[in-house]
Ligand binder design. Structure first.
Ligand SMILES: NC(=O)c1ccc[n+]([C@@H]2O[C@H](COP(=O)([O-])OP(=O)(O)OC[C@H]3O[C@@H](n4cnc5c(N)ncnc54)[C@H](OP(=O)(O)O)[C@@H]3O)[C@@H](O)[C@H]2O)c1
Length: 238
């Protein structure tokens, strides 16, 4: 059987990098992107880094053309690139709002729009959007980020309803606190306060997210669509 192609936005660090390496070692063809030129330290021929800003439709179109030529259009799209620009709402600048929405939400639109047609043609696809528990429970200082991530949950459900009949599943993964650059600003005191609210009493690792995404990509998960699955050590429970 042909190796599946995976596209991961935001793969130079953190969760995206962990997924890229994990999936390449599991014998998928993996394309990982970031705004800057970067390399994967592993020398795997099925792991390709590409410079691409998800907010730039020109970048996205150029990338599509390159992948089409290389026969690497994705069967599985992981919309992972995300940023924060935290600030209390009254102090939040227009740029803080625009940058976060453009990256986290519109970036997901840009990539999904361009890659979906080929999945429909192939009658197979997996789209996994990396959201956040901040989009489910809110977080002070993150009106922009929470809005972008909550929107991804709606995006996921609506698209899942549109493309389910084409054998394409669309799901969201909503991490809690994961040890990456994104959470490295949290000092020990604040960390201890957060830990009190996490039943498993620890931050997650990027590998925890990779394993869940790996499952959602698999045939075992072929009847799961339109869902937002939290992975947060029990921080959020309904
Ligand atoms: N860490 C957590 O606790 C946590 C919790 C909940 C949800 N999440 C979500 O999980 C995802 C990954 O987070 P992370 O913790 O791994 O973050 P990270 O370590 O800060 O990595 C973010 C990645 O996204 C890339 N990126 C940012 N803006 C981009 C753009 N416009 N175009 C292309 N790539 C871009 C970055 O590369 P460049 O900077 O080189 O472009 C980097 O590779 C994000 O969507 C985040 O919101 C994380």
């Amino acid at each position: 059987m042909k190796k599946r192609n995976i596209f991961i936005s935001g793969a130079s660090r953190g969760i995206g990098k962990s997924m890229a390496k994990h999936f390449a070692k599991s014998n998928f063809n993996v394309v990982g992107t970031s705004r800057n030129n970067f390399k994967f330290d592993d020398d795997l021929e099925n792991l390709l880094p590409i410079k691409l800003d998800v907010t730039s439709r020109n970048d996205v179109k150029d990338c599509f053309d390159e992948l089409k030529t290389k026969n690497l259009l994705p069967d599985i799209l992981i919309n992972n690139a995300g940023i924060t620009a935290d600030q209390l709402f009254l102090r939040m600048s227009d740029d803080d709002w625009d940058n976060v929405i453009n990256t986290n939400l519109t970036g997901t639109f840009n990539l999904t729009k361009i890659f979906l047609k080929n999945m429909i043609k192939n009658k197979f696809g997996r789209i996994i959007n990396i959201s956040s528990i901040s989009g489910l429970m809110g977080n002070p200082g993150q009106v922009n980020y929470s809005s972008s991530k909550a929107a991804l949950n709606g995006f996921t459900k609506s698209l899942a309803k549109e493309v389910g009949s084409r054998n394409i599943t669309v799901n969201c993964v909503a991490p809690g606190f994961i040890d990456t650059d994104m959470t490295s600003y949290i000092g020990q005191k604040e960390r201890n306060e957060i830990l009190k609210k996490i039943p498993l009493n620890k931050f997650g690792s990027p590998e925890d997210i990779s394993k869940l995404v790996m499952f959602l990509m698999s045939d075992e998960a072929s009847y799961i669509t339109g869902q937002t699955i939290s992975i947060d050590g029990g921080l959020l429970m309904y």
